[in-house]
Design a protein around this ligand. Structure first.
Ligand code: GLU
Length: 317
């Protein structure tokens, strides 16, 4: 049986864009009888907002989404991440890095990554024999980076459920952090360890994470888990009228805001349904309607634009 996961980060409330991605994942799962695991990705220390986990789960339930297992929390899985980390460092596939963000910015001749961060130029590759040596030599607590292979094995290709045939050369992305200086696992490592442990076979997420896929494929291989690689689908995002990813600057599009305005879930589901390419959806839809009407092949392949008219329509009676 296929297994998928809903993996919200409790960094704030669910907005229409995240809700649409979760809905796509859930509809695909329920249509095809995949098992759904709910995993809270609560490792990203400073960005985690206390109390937002409960709000996120409430928003998902309010829309009518459910899950078969969980919630599990990444903050409870430290031992599993540590074991994977040791496996990688012992095999020489990862190394300690003491560079600060500022130093990386100054050293990087490479262009900036999509998220505005600099591509790591490899300064600490081969620089320290051990983590303890990195600490002793510099007086800094090192992060751990994954060493991207220098050969063509770093050219990763996959058939994406939404994006089609994809090829990304991971060498262009730079060695990436798998554990932060405070010892906690970073996103890329935690996701692979968790997906593999839960037997996840289907990953459905936003297109903003497409460059995570080659990194994660390399981690599966490095951890000897290549036989467990999932099938990936990266759905186009919802953007504002300016073409940029939906965010605060486009006004409040959080589900709890609409709920506070008295907007019923059926209204939100109707808009999300149209954004899934369902044309014959009514003005108040149920999750069961969407499950009946949803056709994965009708999903729009271009980003969805959230407009002022959409906002007005949601609030109109
Ligand atoms: N927690 C991530 C997010 O909310 C999703 C990660 C993933 O699906 O791999 O964007």
């Amino acid at each position: 049986m296929d297994i998928t996961r809903l993996a919200p980060s409790p960094t704030g409330a669910l907005h229409l864009g995240n809700a649409r991605t979760f809905l796509i994942n859930w509809l695909l799962a329920r249509k095809q009888h995949w098992r759904v695991v709910l995993r809270v990705e609560d490792l990203d220390g400073p960005r985690i907002k206390p109390g937002s986990e409960a709000g996120l789960l409430e928003d998902l339930r309010w829309l009518g989404l459910d899950w078969d297992q969980g919630p599990t929390r990444q903050s409870d899985r430290g031992d599993a991440y540590l074991a994977a980390l040791s496996q990688l460092t012992d095999a020489g596939l990862a190394y300690p890095c003491v560079c600060t963000r500022k130093e990386i910015e100054l050293a990087a001749s490479a262009p900036h990554a999509d998220d505005g961060s600099s591509i790591y130029p490899g300064t600490c590759r081969g620089r320290f024999a051990t983590i303890a040596a990195a600490r002793a030599d510099t007086g800094r607590e090192p992060a751990i980076r994954f060493r991207i292979p220098d050969d063509s094995s770093s050219i990763i290709t996959w058939t994406d459920r939404f994006a089609g045939e994809c090829t990304i050369d991971a060498r262009t992305l730079g060695d990436f952090v798998i554990a932060k200086a405070d010892g906690t696992a970073a996103y890329q490592l935690a996701v692979v360890v968790d997906d593999a442990a839960a037997g996840v076979t289907q990953v459905v997420r936003g297109n903003d994470l497409i460059e995570s896929t080659p990194r994660q494929v390399l981690l599966y291989r490095a951890l000897n888990l290549a036989n467990q690689l999932p099938h990936y689908g990266h759905a186009p995002l919802v953007v504002g009228a300016d073409g940029r990813r939906l965010a605060k600057r486009h006004g409040d599009s959080r589900l709890n805001y609409y709920r506070s305005q008295g907007v019923p879930p059926g209204r939100i589901l109707a808009l999300l349904g149209r954004w899934l390419g369902i044309n014959d959806v009514t003005d108040h839809a149920t999750i069961a309607d969407l499950l009946t009407l949803f056709k994965p092949e009708s999903l729009p392949t271009e980003p969805i634009v959230f407009t002022q008219q959409d906002d007005d329509w949601l609030k109109s009676r």
